[in-house]
Design a protein around this ligand. Structure first.
Ligand SMILES: [Ca+2]
Ligand SMILES: [Ca+2]
Ligand SMILES: [Ca+2]
Ligand SMILES: [Ca+2]
Length: 150
């Protein structure tokens, strides 16, 4: 009996290790008309569509790209959630995007052209970085490292 319990305990440990080492989930968002595009509580790689996406990375260090094409022109809302996320909405789209980094030191890029005033709120974090269009995009003071681009 003792040996059986021991084997069961080992199996639980192996499963827990496998779960912790799971790779990031990588996926494309579906039709935005079907509702928001949500990641998992682990690291995700999420790609938006040519339409107007609402993307939530949730927990984990996520990589999120709101645009698929340089001629997008649709307005995205992206929320990184917890974790040091990388958020891109910068494919020369000239659209008006709303980005919220959430907790963690996020990297946010909304440098996409002279029209379309993007709004960025980096949320908690001591070293949030944002690259943006100088004099066009609205960047909150909680983005500690601001890089205005010409
Ligand atoms: Ca996630
Ligand atoms: Ca996240
Ligand atoms: Ca911009
Ligand atoms: Ca942040």
């Amino acid at each position: 009996m003792r040996r059986v319990l021991c084997a069961a305990g080992l199996a639980v440990v192996v499963l827990a290790l496998a779960g912790g080492m799971a790779l990031a989930r990588s996926f494309d968002c579906g039709n935005p008309a079907n509702g928001p595009c949500r990641g998992t509580n682990r690291p995700d790689e999420i790609r938006g569509t040519n339409g107007s996406d609402a993307i939530y990375g949730r927990d984990g260090v996520d990589i999120i790209d709101g645009d698929m094409a340089a001629t997008d022109g649709a307005n995205d809302t992206i929320v990184g959630g917890d974790g040091a996320d990388e958020i891109y909405d910068a494919l020369l789209a000239d659209d008006t995007d709303t980005i919220r980094g959430g907790p963690g030191n996020d990297y946010i890029d909304v440098h996409d052209g002279p029209t379309g005033a993007d709004t960025v709120d980096c949320g908690p974090g001591a070293k949030d970085r944002v690259y943006f269009d100088r004099g066009v995009d609205q960047i909150a003071a909680n983005c500690e490292r601001q890089f205005p681009m010409p």
